[in-house]
Design a binder for this molecule. Structure first.
Ligand code: PRX
Length: 644
């Protein structure tokens, strides 16, 4: 990868872009020199009930406390809806494109406002109050956006659980935050198949006594069991509710949502975002990174179950009065032209997807793309994992026909929104680089001891100061928040990623440096997969690592030690894969299982994952020092019996 591979800013984009390089430089300088003044001004993009006078009150030291706009009050849903009604009530807010190409609908801001008010009233009627947690387990339907906004409107905290998660994973995420209500659907649709959401929910709720109400959207009409006194139909309760609702006044630092994400240890953490700073960050980044101009059609292909769906399908675009497209389906159904057909059908201007989707479409060649027009496209985006230059160039040449800048956006569930990304009119691109920090973001690279590295270098990626969209705590466990993000390198937010900085100050994310794997842009903790495996009666011990995978970026490689007297058979291998799918969800299913009579451990019993990663990546000639192992013979056996 050479630094001379520079793609200049496109003149036709620069001519109309919101931010030029000069403006970016000025903003970036001011945001660092005078953060209070800079963010006081940017906060005006949000409608406050009471405007904030205290702007920034943050510390990454000691107990870590992050507050932005702390004396301001607002309502997030009112910012996404009510304030647009006068000017753009009849503009389309959401274009919904179904899994079935024959199905799509358009919802105007006025219609969306009414739907949200009705559900807000229905939730209130069910006894849900400000501060209560509501879990949302829905597919990519308009009701999902409505659910988020209805919660925000009444001051309830939403916790969305991705529809691909198992009943067990759903139950864990409900129990952790004691949610009082669940919003789900009879069934979801994806790629021509049905997903039994209500059946999964029923299974999960057997161990979730905190949930008093289940609101069920009827999407397919599939048969479901409704539990009397607990379950109600979405259409019935919303039809019965008033279409008028006064949004609840929330403090800037009141929680807006919890979103569970995997870490290197233990169970998933409830990442908590609050209202004011998150909304400012969502609006600011959506407008500038995508160079969003009023009237444009914007499509982010993420699922609303992930943070990308929260910030860049719902809150960012709607705060900015955009038209946002929600897609229920998958890139290859009914054919691999689907993305581009949807682009043409709805004249999409801005398209934001993940490298894994690009790589999987690349396999089918250029024809499925070229048979579509795509001439509405102006900006392309990438998120979730490093984009390899080969995929970048394909996206640029075949999809964008060299017309569209690609914004490679680096961020995390924890960061609330994009932190490092090109701006279309301001940043010359380098394929594979997320380029430069947004104004107000201060990345630093440190060595293993926490010493800051300057200039052209490579190290652990940390952020030196707070930005408004930052997570505030781990729900119910502030000590874990401090421990996970602020204890490795004192006084810095540690991202868990490694990065290189080149001579132009551009950042190149190299991937996770902890025990988190990034499978198709989805985060998976190795510890979670390991505990699912050892929960099977045949498994004595398991160690899970990531390995390079052509389509998924990283695949899941599991080393499994069986209990005595159990024979390693092909049937058992399949059973274990199915087991993990059922325990966590399909995204956690191991790609490879290698039987391991022993695992490489130090004398103190610690598994040496470095060695396991090398074997999984088939880099067995560079295993490094194995002399500290309790039994070096274990490695020889694993190398000679390498799977896959
Ligand atoms: O490793 C980085 C990778 O995804 C991780 C965050 O995952 P998650 O919280 O699920 O959020 C995904 C969507 C924002 C990061 O720690 N990552 C995300 N975007 C990029 C990336 N790696 C490289 N380049 C990116 N553009």
């Amino acid at each position: 990868m050479s630094d001379v591979d520079i793609v200049p800013i496109k003149a036709e984009i620069a001519a109309h872009a919101l931010i030029s390089r000069e403006k970016y430089d000025l903003m970036a300088a001011q945001a660092v020199a005078e953060p209070e003044a800079f963010w006081a001004k940017e906060a005006k993009r949000i409608d406050w009930i009471k405007a904030p006078t205290k702007i920034k009150n943050t510390s990454f030291h000691g107990d870590v406390s992050i507050k932005w706009f702390e004396d301001g009050t607002l309502n997030a849903a009112a910012n996404c809806l009510d304030r647009h009604l006068a000017e753009r009530g009849d503009q389309v807010a959401i274009i919904w494109e179904g899994d079935d190409p024959g199905m799509s609908t358009k919802v105007t801001y006025r219609e969306l406002h009414e739907k949200v008010c009705r559900l807000a009233n229905a939730l209130t009627a069910q006894g849900v109050k400000k501060g209560d947690v509501v879990t949302v387990y829905l597919p990519m339907v308009v009701e999902a956006a409505v659910a988020l906004l209805a919660c925000a409107r009444i001051g309830a905290v939403h916790s969305v659980v991705f529809g691909g998660f198992s009943p067990d994973s759903l139950a864990n995420r409900i129990q952790d935050c004691n949610s009082v209500a669940l919003i789900t659907a009879d069934e979801g649709r994806r790629g021509g198949r049905k997903v039994a959401l209500k059946t999964n929910a029923d299974e999960a709720l057997k161990t979730c006594p905190s949930v008093k109400t289940v609101i069920v959207a009827q999407l397919t009409g599939g048969k479901v069991d409704m539990q009397h006194g607990r379950d109600v139909w979405y259409h019935e309760v919303t039809e019965a509710a008033s279409p008028k609702h006064t949004p609840v006044e929330m403090n800037a630092e009141d929680p807006l949502f919890i979103l569970y994400t995997s870490g290197s240890t233990g169970k998933p953490k409830g990442v908590l975002h609050t209202t004011g700073g998150y909304m400012v960050w969502a609006s600011f980044t959506h407008q500038y990174v995508f160079d969003y101009h009023p009237g444009e059609i914007y499509w982010c292909t993420a699922d609303v179950g992930w943070v990308t769906g929260h910030t860049y399908i719902v809150y960012g675009p709607l705060a900015n009065g955009a038209t946002t497209l929600m897609f229920e389906g998958v890139p290859n159904y009914p054919t691999t032209s689907r993305f581009w057909e949807v682009v043409d059908k709805h004249k999409v201007n801005i398209f934001y997807t993940a490298p894994t989707a690009i790589r999987s479409l690349m396999r089918d060649g250029e024809e499925p793309v070229k048979k579509t027009s795509r001439k509405s496209l102006r900006i392309l985006g990438s998120v979730g994992e490093p984009i390899n230059p080969e995929a970048w160039h394909w996206y640029d040449r075949v999809v964008g026909e060299h017309r569209c800048p690609i914004v490679d956006t680096w961020w995390q569930t924890e960061t609330g929104g994009i932190l490092i990304s090109p701006l279309p009119g301001a940043t010359a691109l380098k394929p594979g680089s997320a380029t430069l920090p947004l104004p107000g973001v201060r990345p630093v690279l440190v060595d293993g001891e926490g010493k800051e590295l300057h200039g052209e270098t490579e190290g652990n990626l940390c952020i030196a100061d707070s930005w408004p969209g930052q997570m505030r705590t781990v729900y119910g466990d502030h000590a874990r928040f401090v421990q996970t993000y602020f204890s490795t390198f004192k006084g810095l937010y540690f991202t868990g990623d490694g990065a290189r900085r080149d001579a132009d100050g551009y950042y190149w994310i190299t991937g996770r440096v902890d025990d988190v794997i990034n499978v198709s842009g989805h985060r998976m903790g190795t510890a979670e997969v390991e505990s699912a495996l050892v929960a099977h009666e045949a498994v004595a011990e398991a160690a899970v690592v990531g390995f390079p995978h052509d389509i998924k970026g990283q695949g899941i490689y599991a080393y499994v030690t069986l209990v005595a007297d159990v024979e390693p058979t092909e049937a058992l291998r399949k059973e274990l894969i199915t087991w993990v799918r059922k325990e966590i969800g399909p995204i956690a299913a191991p790609d490879v299982i290698q039987w391991a009579p022993g695992l490489p451990k130090t004398r103190s019993g610690k598994i040496m994952r470095r060695i396991l990663r090398k074997i999984a990546a088939n880099e067995t000639d560079s295993l490094g020092d194995t002399s500290t192992l309790a039994d070096p013979g274990v490695v020889t056996d694993l190398v000679s019996n390498r799977a896959g």
